[in-house]
Design a protein around this ligand. Structure first.
Ligand code: ADP
Ligand code: TRP
Length: 320
């Protein structure tokens, strides 16, 4: 089974990215043919600063490798190093009704949150469709917010195939229901764009401070706390097995501890969970050439496949 996902590089990676996209992806590499890339063309839609975009792109690559992505099992590259997707993006645009794009939630959400509206932001789903279709992807592991983009990809592929025959494979999404939307420190969806993230590789003190800022209700110390709907509980649960989660629930309802205790506990959970990855990350930060070699190898492999698909597509539409 061929599985692909992309991750944007518009900011430092956070716990929402890890549980919503990276962890499921990394687990899949043991049994499937995996393709993953850093979606820096997509990040350009919300980037203001070239140096930051460059830095975030490399950081994201290093973070993926540190968290267990194995370049011997997974084809791993930077989106802009496989420029065939831009050719396909243009061709697919012809098969994308305006109405389809006008219905996209993510465009409306991003503009509502202050991202400058642009043609690139509007046509973002078409580039995503190109990423997916160019490699005959069968499954795409994503967070819940991206489901509509996969549905749009299918709509575009069906329209194209209806006209030219079975050129594109129709992809399906994989969403881990339980982990569907990880809350940020304000209880909204955790997102780089909303400034409410807990980054994966913060300094210990900064992590503690970040955890202490998580919004909770104002139940006074000494009273039972309600784990249901509590952001600290929701985040801690991501790191706990069934039994430990039950124990935490009991601590909440016992009334003996306040939110401050649970925020410290959450910080410890996060710090421990990423201890090994932190060490690997220090290694890759010291060996940037090794990272670049891995990425350029990956780009070559992805390009080989993309070129075969592009020849078929161009031939079908009459571009040769
Ligand atoms: P952000 O919203 O921070 O910009 P991205 O859009 O780059 O994050 O998301 C990268 C991947 O991580 C996507 O598959 C997305 O669905 C997933 N993801 C991001 N935030 C969350 C979240 N809060 N909960 C679950 N998955 C998430
Ligand atoms: N839009 C995705 C996100 O914000 C990133 C992305 C770009 C992607 N191209 C993709 C994800 C292709 C999966 C497949 O998370």
């Amino acid at each position: 089974m061929r599985i692909l996902t992309g991750i944007q590089s518009s900011g430092k990676l956070h716990i929402g990215n890890f549980f919503g996209a990276m962890k499921p992806m990394i687990e899949l590499q043991e049994e499937h043919e995996l393709y993953t890339f850093i979606a820096n063309y997509h990040s350009l839609t919300s980037s203001k600063d070239a140096a930051a975009l460059r830095q975030y792109t490399l950081d994201a690559a290093i973070d993926y490798l540190s968290l267990g992505l194995d370049p011997n099992k997974t084809v791993f590259w930077i989106q802009s190093e496989m420029p065939q997707v831009l050719e396909l993006y243009w061709i697919l645009s012809k098969f994308t009704p305006m109405g389809l794009l006008e219905r996209a939630h993510s465009y409306k959400d991003k503009v509502a949150k202050g991202v400058a509206s642009s043609h690139a932001l509007f046509s973002y789903p078409v580039l995503m469709a190109a990423d997916i279709l160019i490699l005959d992807t069968q499954k795409v592991p994503v967070g819940k917010d991206q489901i509509q983009h996969i549905e749009m990809t299918r709509d575009i592929a069906i329209k194209f195939n209806n006209e030219f025959g079975e050129i594109f494979t129709l992809p399906e999404y994989i969403v881990e229901e339980e982990l569907a939307t990880i809350p940020g420190i304000d209880g909204e969806k955790m997102s780089k764009s909303y400034g409410n993230t807990i980054e994966l590789f913060m300094e210990e003190k900064a992590l503690q401070q970040r955890c202490s800022k998580i919004v909770t209700d104002s139940t006074p110390l000494g009273e039972a706390l309600d784990p249901q709907g509590c952001n600290v509980f929701a985040l801690a649960s991501l790191f706990l097995d069934h039994d430990t989660k039950s124990e935490l629930r009991e601590r909440y309802t016992s009334g003996k501890e306040g939110y401050g205790h649970f925020k410290k506990y959450l910080k410890e959970l996060i710090w421990e969970a990423f201890a090994e990855a932190r060490q690997k990350r220090a290694y890759y930060l010291d060996h940037p050439d090794e990272v670049r070699d891995i990425l350029s190898d990956g780009a070559k492999k992805a390009q080989r496949l993309a070129s075969i698909k592009m020849a078929q597509v161009k031939d079908a539409v009459g571009l040769l």
